[in-house]
Design a protein around this ligand. Structure first.
Ligand code: F0G
Length: 449
C-alpha cells in the first residue's frame, strides 16, 4: 500500500541504506536490524517557503488538523493522507519565559524559555508522537497495539488507542512507574502487564510479543512517532517569533526526543527554512547515564553512521555482568539501554550537542524551583534545568545565550516524589506543611506574616 509517494522508510546504516514503503509496519530494518527513518522526497511536497506561513493555519482552527500542534506542520511530516490522520488536540503547549528560573541557572533575564509539554492531553510530550504513530497505525490497518513504558508512553498510547479503537497492551516494570501514569493506563482501558523487571526488560519483551502476535509497536523505535515529536521544535521556533534559540536542553531516556529534534533541525536547514541549527544538551539522570558514559568517557560518535558497535556491546555486556539495573527518582528516564542511541548520536553530530548527567538531588531541587516559579513539571523534566545549571557553571552555555528547556511531563504525573521532597525536608527548597490543632487561635498563630 502506498501512502503519499513523497515518503519512504530508510535504514540509518549507510552500509545498508535499504528503503521501504511507508505502508509497512516494520520498525527495524529487515535487512540489517538497524533503526529506520521516515524520509521524504521534498521535491514532491509543497513545503511553504518560510516557516511563518504556518501561522496562517491559526485562522482555520475549526479544522482539527489545523488546530493540532502536530498536524499544523503537516508538510514537514508528510507520510500519510489526511483521512488517516489522528488528532485529539495534542500540541497546544506553551513556551514561557521565566526569569526566576533563569537566575537559578545563571542565564540573563529574558533569555530562558520553558516549553511545557505537560499541557498535552495525556500530560506529556508523548502525545505529539502518538498523533503521528497512530495515524500510521490506521494507515496500515492495525487493530491492536502495544508498548513498553516507564509510564508516559503507556498513558499516551492507552489514550490514543481508545480514541482510534485499537486494542492496547502496555508493559511496565513492576514498581517502576509513577502512580499518576499507572492510573492513566488503567483508566484509559489498556491491558496493563507489570513485568518483574525494569524498562529495558519490558522493551525487549514487547518487541518479541509484537513480532510474534503482529501487534503494532508504539515505542520510539517507531520512526513515525519521532516525526510527530519533531513538531515540539517547530512550536518553539513559532513561539519565539520564528527564530531559533541558541540551545535546546532536553532530558534523555530512550533518546527519542533528542533524535527527533536533531532530525527536525537537519531537515529545516536542508529546506532553507532556518539559517542555523541550535546546539543541543541532552541530560541523563546519574543513575541511568549510558549516553553520558558512552559519549563523554568512551568518546562514541555518529562517525557518519558507522558507529563503533563494539563500544556499545562491551558496555552492555558489562551492565549484564554486573546485573545492573538503573535507578533514579526520575523514573521516566530510568533506562540503561536506550533504543535510539545511534539516532541520538546523529543528533549530537547535527546539533554540536553535549551530554551531562545530574544527580537525583539536583533534579529534585530544580523541580522545586520550576514548581515554585513556573507551572511545575515531573522529575525527569527537571533534569533539563539541573543540566543547564551544570553547563552554565562550566561556561559551555553562556549567560547571554537564548535557551529553551523542554519540560516533558506534567507535575501531577508523580506526586509521590513531590510530596516526599517537601514533607520530608529532602532539599533546599522543601516547603513542608505545618500540623495544626483544630483551634482558631492556634491556627492564626501559625500564619506567617
Ligand atoms: N521525560 C519524560 C517525562 C518521559 O516520560 C521520558 C520518556 C523522557 C523524558 C525521555 O524521553 O525517551 O525521548 O529520551 N519516557 C518513556 C516512557 C521512556 O516510556 O514513557 P526520551
Amino acid at each position: 500500500m502506498s501512502t503519499t509517494d513523497a515518503a519512504y522508510q530508510k535504514c540509518i546504516n549507510p552500509d545498508c541504506a535499504a528503503e521501504f514503503d511507508c505502508g509497512q509496519a516494520i520498525f527495524k530494518c529487515p535487512a540489517c536490524g538497524e533503526l529506520l527513518d521516515a524520509q521524504y522526497n521534498w521535491d514532491k511536497i509543497q513545503v511553504p517557503d518560510k516557516l511563518s506561513s504556518f501561522a496562517e493555519r491559526w485562522a482555520n482552527r475549526d479544522n482539527p488538523l489545523d488546530f493540532s500542534g502536530v498536524w499544523r506542520f503537516r508538510e514537514l511530516l508528510n507520510f500519510c493522507r489526511d483521512k488517516y490522520k489522528v488528532t485529539i488536540g495534542e500540541g497546544q503547549t506553551i513556551l514561557q519565559q521565566n526569569d526566576t528560573v533563569a537566575q537559578y541557572v545563571g542565564i540573563r533575564p529574558g533569555l530562558l524559555y520553558l516549553q511545557y509539554e505537560g499541557l498535552n492531553p495525556s500530560g506529556s510530550f508523548k502525545d505529539n508522537g502518538m498523533a503521528a504513530a497512530f495515524s500510521h497505525a490506521r494507515m496500515v490497518g492495525a487493530d491492536s497495539c502495544a508498548c513498553a513504558s516507564t509510564g508516559n508512553t503507556s498513558a499516551s498510547v492507552a489514550l490514543y488507542a481508545h480514541s482510534c479503537r485499537l486494542k492496547c497492551t502496555v508493559f511496565i516494570g513492576s514498581g517502576r512507574i509513577a502512580f499518576g501514569k499507572l492510573s492513566q493506563s488503567m483508566d484509559y482501558g489498556a491491558q496493563t502487564i507489570q513485568i518483574q523487571g525494569d524498562f529495558d526488560d519490558c522493551m525487549r519483551r514487547v518487541q518479541d510479543v509484537c513480532t510474534k502476535l503482529g501487534l503494532y509497536l508504539l515505542n520510539s523505535l517507531n520512526p513515525f512517532r519521532l516525526e510527530g515529536q519533531k513538531t515540539i521544535m517547530y512550536r518553539i521556533i513559532e513561539q519565539m517569533g520564528w527564530q531559533v534559540p541558541d540551545w535546546i536542553v532536553v532530558p534523555g531516556g530512550n533518546l527519542g526526543n533528542s533524535s527527533a529534534f536533531g532530525k527536525a533541525f537537519y531537515e529545516l536547514k536542508q529546506l532553507g527554512l532556518i539559517e542555523r541549527i541550535p546546539r543541543m544538551a541532552i541530560i541523563n539522570a546519574a543513575g541511568a547515564d549510558t549516553l553520558t558514559h558512552l559519549v563523554n568517557n568512551k568518546k562514541l560518535t555518529w562517525n557518519k553512521g558507522r558507529v563503533d558497535q563494539t563500544v556499545i556491546d562491551d558496555y552492555y555486556a558489562d551492565l549484564t555482568a554486573r546485573n545492573f539495573s538503573p535507578h533514579t527518582c526520575a523514573s521516566a528516564i530510568e533506562i540503561s539501554r536506550p533504543v535510539n542511541l545511534k539516532k541520538c548520536l546523529r543528533a549530537i553530530d547535527v546539533c554540536n550537542g553535549v551530554v551531562r548527567a545530574v544527580t537525583d538531588e539536583e533534579i529534585c531541587d530544580a523541580k522545586a524551583i520550576i514548581g515554585k516559579y513556573g507551572l511545575g513539571c515531573e522529575p525527569a523534566s527537571a533534569a533539563s534545568i539541573a543540566g543547564l545549571k551544570h553547563l552554565t557553571a562550566e561556561s559551555i552555555i553562556q549567560p547571554d545565550q537564548r535557551v529553551a528547556c523542554i519540560l516533558t511531563g506534567h507535575p501531577l504525573k508523580d506526586p509521590n516524589v513531590t510530596v516526599d521532597y517537601h514533607k520530608e525536608n529532602q532539599g533546599q527548597f522543601s516547603n513542608p506543611p505545618t500540623e495544626a490543632p483544630n483551634q482558631l487561635d492556634e491556627i492564626i498563630k501559625l500564619i506567617k506574616p
